[in-house]
Design a protein around this ligand. Structure first.
Ligand code: ADP
Length: 469
């Protein structure tokens, strides 16, 4: 079992060598890491290729048992992982944050191990007999972002391994320690060569994308990088699952009780301090109850402490990096300059060491302000007033992104009929972003394609094969 110190010692480079990792809340040095080279990536790919046939030859039950053992290992080392995640990413220990993320890693491994994927009989009518089998693809390249660095890695790794593929993962360069720590713990139980990790910047990801020895890329990140991956992956017609950026709309209907939905709205928007792909990023509220909804949301938001992740009382943390702080700051300044009303926040201490941006609610904002139409990916929510529901739906659908959306109503049938009109891969009713390992998840429009989780997720890392006759 690892402690924070022993796990960190295993994954870091000698002090003063490589790249220094700084705590986004305090600026303090956490560790040094040695980035990999192009030659290291080539070796990792060769290792994954060499290990694949033996891994695929194991029984499905065997591979599932190893996924469960990996979940046990995560649970046994949970607090060490939690502390590395919290210090490097910035997210607090409690609330839907670091402990929640590590619990999610174990839960997703177990659910992926338990998901049944039997051979399907496609037709058996006396004349024709055909079955559908799901075979391994080969080697999967798993490329992840910095917002949920451990959980998203598990979303890519667990189904890939279950289906008999081996993996080369590349964590975000902003959360290198989290990627290395997770792999270290998983590899205490996985056979050698099955899960390989390369750390460094986007060029290493690009090397995986163009490698002819990699059969599939699972990617979560920005739409721009997703487009580059589509172009660069054509050499061997690589399969792709692309989970890209979102700018999810939430539409409140005029029949809600504002008090009853306020906490759900808050966490839908501010989970992980707003740094979540499928978070509520634009809230549309009818004129008749506008002030009541804004006030109820502000009361919930005011009671949520933000601060250093390791402080047990906090539920919101810093932005993970300066680039993201600057994006949020620019967008909120654009809203303020346009005359929108600052209900709370909007006044960061730019001279402070940590990347803290205060919880910010912006009301009476133009529906086409930058804070509405660009993805803020931080703790600043624009609240747009509407009078005509059709117009609110039109505004929700007018952007290129289509990851998630939500409808808030006390009338489920009415909410479902609005949900059907929203152009998004998932529409939640009276919640936002509540994912489940058995429920497929994926984007519409420029939020990507392919689905993760559940049976659909297993199929997406497999080669379908028909056996007929
Ligand atoms: P985000 O801003 O959400 O981190 P990015 O798309 O920049 O989104 O990064 C997500 C992941 O993609 C990171 O691991 C990053 O290093 C990697 N990456 C960046 N550029 C490329 C590329 N051209 N090909 C493959 N992976 C890349």
């Amino acid at each position: 079992m690892y402690s924070f110190d022993t796990l960190l010692a295993e994954i870091s480079a000698p002090a003063g060598t490589g790249r220094e990792v700084l705590d986004p809340a305090t600026g303090a040095s956490i560790a040094w890491v040695a980035d990999h080279t192009a030659a290291d990536v080539a070796t990792a790919v060769e290792t994954a290729v060499a290990a694949q046939s033996a891994w695929a030859a194991r029984s499905d039950a065997d591979r599932s048992a190893l996924l469960n053992a990996a979940a046990d290992a995560i649970e046994a080392n949970a607090e060490a992982l939690v502390e590395i995640l919290s210090r490097e990413q910035g997210k607090p220990l409690n609330g839907p944050n670091a402990r929640f993320e590590i619990g999610g890693c174990a839960g997703w491994l177990r659910a992926t191990a338990a998901t049944p994927l039997p051979v399907e009989t496609v037709i058996d009518d006396g004349e024709t007999f055909a079955e559908m089998h799901y075979r391994p693809l080969g080697v999967v390249g798993a490329i992840t972002p910095w917002n949920w660095p451990m959980m998203i890695a598990i979303w890519q790794i667990a189904p890939s391994l279950r289906m008999g593929n081996t993996v080369v993962q590349k964590p975000s360069e902003y959360t290198t320690l989290s990627g290395l720590a997770l792999a270290k713990v998983l590899n205490t139980v996985l056979p050698e060569g099955v899960l390989n990790t390369v750390v460094g910047a986007g060029d290493l990801g690009a090397q995986l994308v163009s490698s002819e020895q990699i059969d599939k890329i699972m990617f979560t990140g920005s739409t721009n990088t997703g487009k580059k991956i589509v172009e660069a992956s054509s050499g061997n017609l690589k399969r792709l699952t692309l989970e890209l950026g979102g700018n999810d709309a939430g539409i409140v209907l005029d029949d809600v009780d504002p008090q009853a939905i306020a906490e759900g709205l808050f966490w839908g928007a501010f989970i992980n301090t707003g740094q979540t792909c499928a978070a509520l990023k634009r809230l549309y509220v009818p004129d008749a109850i506008y002030d009541d909804v804004v006030n109820a949301l502000a009361a919930v938001a005011a009671a949520m402490p933000m601060g250093v992740g390791l402080d047990e009382q906090n539920v919101l943390g810093p932005l993970q990096n300066e680039m993201q702080f600057n994006i949020v700051d620019r967008l909120v300044e654009s809203a303020k300059a346009s005359g929108a009303r600052v209900v709370m926040g909007g006044n960061p201490d730019r001279a402070a060491t940590g990347f803290f941006y205060p919880t910010t609610l912006i009301a009476d904002i133009d529906a086409h302000n930058d804070l509405v139409v660009e993805e803020q990916f931080g703790p600043a929510l624009p609240i747009i007033r509407y009078t005509d529901l059709d117009e609110a739906i039109r505004l929700a659908n007018e952007l290129e992104a289509g990851l998630g959306g939500s409808v808030w109503s006390s009338d489920r049938d009415r909410a479902r009929s609005v949900a059907a009109r929203i152009e998004a891969g998932t529409v939640w009713i009276n919640s936002h972003g509540t994912i489940h390992p058995m429920v497929p998840f994926g984007g519409a429009k420029q939020s990507g394609y392919g689905q993760e989780f559940g049976v659909a997720g297993l199929k997406s890392v497999s080669q379908p094969q028909v056996i007929q006759g």
